[in-house]
Design a protein around this ligand. Structure first.
Ligand SMILES: [Zn+2]
Length: 305
C-alpha cells in the first residue's frame, strides 16, 4: 500500500542533552530507543525560570538526572502527562519528589472499552497503572504558568486518557503519541480505540497550529496537512482490509500478511492489534461480521457475504 504520509525521520539529538527548540521550549530525549519509541521518549521543558515539564519519560535514573540537571536553578511548577504508557509517565514520582510540582493529566490509565470475557489488557507491561495525577484536566481546560499557557486537548485513541497540549504563546501543540512525524500511532485494543483515534484526528485537522512536538522524534511541520495524511492513511488501511475480506473470510494474521508488505518482524504483533482496532470499528458500523465480540483470534467476513 502506498504510504502517503510525509514522514520526517530526521532527529539528531543525543540522549540526555537539553536543546532549545523554539524560544521557551526545550527538549531532552531519553535513551530508550526501539521499534515503538524511535530514538527515545522526548520530554519537554516549557518556559524559563518557572517551568513546566511535559512527559517526564521512563523510570530511567539517567534521564531523570538529565531532566533535573536541565532545570537546575529553575523552579518546576507543573508536570503534564500526555498518556500513561511506561515510556512517558513513570519518571513522574521522581521528578515530583525532587521539585514539588503539581502533576496534571486526563486521569489514571484505563482501557478504551469494557474488557470482553477472558480478555486481558494487552499492553499490561506497557501501561503505567500506578500513575495518579494531582489534578485531572478536562478537554479545553487552560493552565497558566510564568509566561506560558497550555490548553488541554483530549485526544483519546492511542490510549483512552491521551491528551495533547496547545502552547498558546506559540503556534504549536505537544501532540504526545497521537501524531508523530516519524511513524503512525499505534492503536491497540482494548487500551486504544480506532473510532476515538479518528475522532481525535478530525478534531486536530481543523485546528490552525502548524507545528506539533511529539513524544518521539522531531517536530511535525505543516501539521494540518500531516494530520489529513494520517486520516487518509487510516482510510486506505480500512479499504485494504475490506479488499482482503472481499476475497473471503480471514483471521487477523492472514489480513496482516495481505495488508502490511515488508513489515518489520518486530511489529507484526502490533500490526495485528492495529488491524483488530480497524475491525472493531468496522464491526461497530456493521460492515464486518465475526463470532461474538471482535477479538484478536476472531475470523472476520464482510457483512452480507
Ligand atoms: Zn510513547
Amino acid at each position: 500500500m502506498p504510504d502517503d504520509i510525509p514522514y520526517n525521520r530526521i532527529f539528531e539529538l543525543a540522549p540526555g542533552r537539553a536543546e532549545e527548540l523554539v524560544p521557551g521550549v526545550r527538549r531532552i530525549v531519553a535513551d530508550n530507543p526501539g521499534p515503538f519509541t524511535f530514538k527515545g521518549t522526548v520530554s519537554y521543558i516549557v518556559g524559563r525560570g518557572k517551568v513546566a515539564i511535559i512527559d517526564p519519560g521512563p523510570d530511567d535514573p539517567a534521564h531523570i538526572a538529565a531532566l533535573l540537571d536541565a532545570v537546575r536553578g529553575e523552579t518546576v511548577t507543573h508536570i503534564f502527562v500526555t498518556h500513561t504508557h511506561r515510556d512517558h509517565s513513570p519518571a513522574v514520582p521522581a521528578i515530583k519528589a525532587a521539585t514539588g510540582a503539581e502533576v496534571l493529566a486526563e486521569g489514571p490509565h484505563r482501557a478504551s472499552r469494557p474488557l470482553h470475557a477472558g480478555e486481558a489488557p494487552r499492553m499490561e507491561a506497557s501501561n503505567d497503572i500506578e500513575f495518579r495525577p494531582d489534578r485531572t484536566l478536562a478537554d479545553g481546560e487552560v493552565v497558566s504558568g510564568a509566561g506560558w499557557t497550555l490548553e488541554a486537548l483530549a485526544t483519546p485513541g492511542h490510549t483512552a486518557n491521551h491528551m495533547a497540549f496547545v502552547l498558546k504563546e506559540a503556534d504549536l501543540i505537544f501532540s504526545g503519541d497521537h501524531v508523530m512525524a516519524w511513524s503512525t500511532s499505534i492503536v491497540a485494543p482494548p487500551d486504544g480505540a480506532m473510532s476515538d483515534f479518528m475522532n481525535s484526528l478530525h478534531k486536530l485537522v481543523r485546528r490552525p497550529e502548524s507545528i506539533y512536538l511529539p513524544g518521539h522524534g522531531g517536530e511535525v511541520r505543516d501539521a494540518p496537512n500531516f494530520v489529513a495524511a494520517y486520516i487518509r492513511h487510516r482510510h486506505a488501511r480500512e479499504a485494504s482490509i475490506l479488499h482482503r475480506l472481499a476475497k473471503g473470510a480471514a483471521d487477523i494474521p492472514t489480513i496482516v500478511r495481505a495488508v502490511y508488505i515488508g513489515l518489520d518482524p518486530r511489529l507484526v504483533g502490533a500490526a495485528g492489534y492495529s488491524v483488530l482496532a480497524h475491525l472493531e470499528d468496522m464491526a461497530a458500523r456493521g460492515e464486518v461480521l465475526t463470532e461474538g465480540p471482535p477479538s484478536i483470534n476472531g475470523v472476520y467476513r464482510l457483512a452480507g457475504s
